[in-house]
Design a protein around this ligand. Structure first.
Ligand code: B1M
Length: 214
């Protein structure tokens, strides 16, 4: 079994300490950190996602797998950051109100920081008002919203509407992402950008910041 398969298998079993060690070993032995993420950690999490959907595993198993995923990702963080190119800009990022999923959001944060962007991480269950207030108070060029539930994706539209009400819509870009969200939804709610994964979100954010002269 390759080290990437071992990472995936142990993540599925929720062995956070083993995952952490394996990720470090993989990087130390020369495996590209992005490959460790894309071919080790993420496939493991997607197997768990599939089993969760089919009622083959339940919330506790998913939580321990999520913890293992986050511990592995923490090991990768400095390497992914070092690989990045400096591009000044500030983003407030969070998972929208009512939604507690944060693994994807944390990856987006990591990738954005890897591009040299400053990320104000608002965590999960973030209200539209908190996004807007933070963008104003901290002078952010971008508000970035993540949602994993069909029941919470509507909060993103409220964020767009509140940005208009607050008079900041012309100077703050709104980016959205997460499994239930797509390009059509982005256009429908009047957000600026939908990206399907963390790497493309970071790419787009760096592009926006550069074009806004941040
Ligand atoms: Co939840 N959950 N969950 N869950 N959970 C899903 C999302 C679900 C699809 C599972 C299923 O039924 N098939 C389903 C949603 C169904 C729907 O709405 N259509 C679901 C449900 C129903 C629930 C609960 C309601 C279950 C319950 O209690 N009955 C509950 C809700 C709690 C709440 O939020 N209020 C719940 C709870 C949980 C746990 C707490 C157990 C745990 C979360 C732990 C945590 O996040 N710390 C959990 C998990 C882990 C999942 C699954 C299994 C995995 C999600 C994940 O982390 N994926 C998920 C099933 C699945 O996705 N297959 C599921 C890995 C992660 C890297 O991917 O977050 O999609 P993702 O991020 C991607 C992209 O989407 C993108 O980049 C990342 C990849 O590079 N991306 C962005 C994300 N945000 C972005 C923002 C951007 C751009 C890209 O720009 C700003």
């Amino acid at each position: 079994m390759s080290i990437l398969e071992e990472i995936s298998e142990n993540l599925q079993k929720g062995r956070a300490k083993v995952v952490k060690e394996l990720v470090q070993n993989a990087v130390d032995s020369g495996v590209d950190p992005e490959t460790v993420l894309k071919e080790g950690l993420l496939p493991g999490m997607s197997v768990i996602g599939e089993r969760f959907k089919n009622n083959e595993v339940y919330v506790p198993e998913v939580l321990v797998a999520a913890r293992a995923m986050n511990m592995g990702a923490q090991v990768l963080k400095p390497y992914l950051e070092r690989a990045g190119i400096k591009a000044a800009g500030k983003i407030c990022l969070g998972t929208v109100q009512g939604d507690l999923h944060d693994i994807g959001k944390n990856l987006v944060k990591m990738m954005m920081e890897g591009k040299g962007l400053e990320v104000v991480d608002l965590g999960t269950d973030v209200s539209p008002d908190t996004f807007i207030r933070t963008a104003i108070d901290q002078n952010c060029q971008i508000i970035a919203c993540s949602a994993l539930l069909t029941t919470t994706m509507g909060v993103m539209e409220e964020v767009v509407n509140k940005a208009v009400e607050a008079g900041i819509r012309d100077r703050v870009k709104i980016m959205i992402g997460g499994a239930p969200v797509d390009e059509a939804f982005c256009r429908k709610i009047g957000a600026d950008c939908y990206t399907p994964d963390a790497a493309s979100a970071a790419e787009a954010a760096a592009g926006f910041c550069a074009s806004m002269g941040a």
